[in-house]
Design a protein around this ligand. Structure first.
Ligand code: ADE
Length: 225
């Protein structure tokens, strides 16, 4: 999978995408992540990337021209499954969207700033608008990093235990059951007996029942879906 990230602040991705599992995925070649600084595509002598809104009001709007130039260039090199715009008014991200994006070959992710991008970018280039929740960030970068992390870990070969992504919370609309490790008794706080029983069938039943009970208590909305 190839992910092209269009941003004014590529450095913002350095931490989240260059450590741990994401770093390994990139090193293994499972995913290629390319950053494109939108400012590099400005033809203006001051490298201008935004301007006042025609409608007035506070805040700047990102210009169509530099964004169009990056996207046109990328699209002339390969085809893209999605051109995603990170925005608080997009569809709310969830595991289902992560699953579907993990099947894509190439995607572009555009990170907005200020008051957002000129509407014509959204009308003519963007195929999908995604929000990571009902709150406003200073820009789309942190949201894009969240999406990339959630999507890349689902690509086969990225997580060492192949099945572990399938048993995540939300994967079947259920939260994960509690987990325990050694010691079996920590100052009198004991691990449930069933987990030490060695009876795989009983353990499986316990996990299912715990997952259901936890979901009902903490996220009853998931059971309605
Ligand atoms: N940009 C600013 N806020 C955002 C959010 N909540 N989700 C996605 N992109 C954003």
């Amino acid at each position: 999978m190839r992910i092209d990230i269009l941003t004014l602040f590529p450095e913002m991705f350095e931490g989240p995408l260059s450590e741990s599992i994401m770093k390994r995925a990139v090193d293994k070649g499972v995913v290629e992540i390319q950053f494109h600084n939108i400012r590099d595509y400005s033809t203006d002598k001051h490298k201008k990337v935004d301007d006042y809104a025609f409608s007035g009001g506070a805040g700047m709007v990102m210009l169509i021209e530099p964004i169009a130039r990056v996207i046109d260039k990328l699209k002339s090199e390969r085809t893209y499954d999605e051109v995603i715009y990170m925005t608080p008014d997009g569809e709310t991200f969830n595991q289902k969207i992560a699953n579907s994006l993990s099947l894509a070959g190439n995607i572009i992710i555009l990170c907005g700033h200020y008051k957002g991008v000129d509407q014509r970018v959204r009308d003519h280039y963007i195929t999908r608008e995604i929000s990571i929740g009902d709150f406003v960030l200073t820009g789309g970068e942190l949201a894009a990093a969240v999406i990339v992390d959630a999507v890349v870990r689902l690509i086969p070969g990225v997580i060492s235990d192949e099945t572990s992504a399938l048993t995540d919370s939300f994967q079947d609309n259920l939260l994960s059951p509690p987990v325990y490790t050694r010691p079996a008794d920590y100052h009198g706080w004991k691990v449930p007996d069933v987990l030490l029983s060695g009876n795989d069938k009983l353990i499986e039943e316990w996990k299912e029942q715990q997952a259901y009970e936890r979901t009902k208590r903490l996220r009853p909305d998931l059971l309605d879906e």
